[in-house]
Write a protein that binds this ligand. Structure first.
Ligand code: UGA
Ligand code: MN
Length: 244
């Protein structure tokens, strides 16, 4: 069955590095469609070129965060417009298989893709490097799901990380109202609740009953380059490198 990987991305100086790293992982995965969806009004030629060079089956779309959320102070619903656009594409173009939300900055073991490919409803697995708890995962007691271990419960029914679950395309298609809410901190919970009817005891537990880590919530250190480059480099290669 095909795998649909939905990756939100946005313009910043780390973007090309993140997408290069992720693409060179995904190049090793067979039968994969990569939906790269940028929070922007227009696409970026550097990314179009990178995607072409990878040879991966892909679409590169845009889905800007609505202005009302962009203007707000504090936590923003990052990647939500992108992921909903991805879901829309899957509804229109896919019939079978599995989809997975893969942020552009996380780190993925190839074994993850081997396992999520056979998801029948919703599968879950541990995510490393999330909060001070170190990991976010379903808790298994006596071989069965019992609760969620996550640094922040927040009154959520599904206190899980965005990288910690995969969903069957058919399961989504049977739920035409499933959508991700523009609600910082509650994106995963809101989306999984919108897949109703679905209860935690139906989760397919992967990664050897959630005893292995195949995905890490890594975060790249920001290092915004200074915008002023010395005049004397204007007619050199350095000038070109400045533009991302
Ligand atoms: C965590 C979760 O893992 C995200 O899935 C969730 O969207 C995010 O928190 C949130 O709730 O704000 P985190 O590493 O803190 O992730 O967030 P980022 O990696 O900065 O953003 C998540 C995804 O959205 C990335 O793929 C990023 O490229 C994209 N993004 C981020 C945008 O499309 N637009 C933005 O303005 C920021
Ligand atoms: Mn991230």
């Amino acid at each position: 069955p095909p795998l649909y990987i939905i990756t939100p991305t946005y313009r910043r100086s780390e973007q090309l590095a993140e997408l290069t790293r992720l693409s060179h992982t995904l190049m090793l995965v067979p039968n994969l469609y990569w939906l790269v969806i940028e929070d922007a009004y227009k696409t970026n030629d550097l990314i179009t070129d990178l995607l072409k060079r990878t040879g991966i089956n892909h679409v590169y779309l845009t889905a800007p965060m609505p202005e009302q959320y962009k203007k707000k102070k504090g936590a923003k619903p990052r990647g939500v417009s992108n992921r909903n656009k991805g879901l829309e594409w899957v509804r229109e173009n896919a019939k079978t298989g599995v989809f997975y939300f893969a942020d552009d900055d996380n780190s993925y073991d190839l074994q993850l893709f081997n396992e999520i490919r056979f998801t029948r409803k919703v599968s879950m697995f541990p995510v490393g490097l999330v909060t001070k708890f170190g990991v976010s995962t379903p808790v298994i007691r006596n071989g069965r799901f019992s609760e969620f271990y996550d640094g922040w419960q927040g009154g959520r029914k599904f206190p899980v990380d965005m990288a910690g679950f995969a969903v069957s395309v058919q399961f989504l298609l049977e739920r035409p109202h499933a959508i991700m809410p523009y609600s910082p901190g509650f994106e995963e919970d809101g989306f999984l609740k919108s897949l109703k009817p679905f209860e935690p005891n139906e989760i397919e537990l992967l990664a050897s009953s959630c005893t292995k880590i195949y995905v890490w919530h890594t975060q790249t250190k920001k290092n915004e380059p200074s915008s002023s480059l010395a005049e004397k480099y204007n007619n050199t290669n350095v000038h070109l490198l400045k533009k991302i």
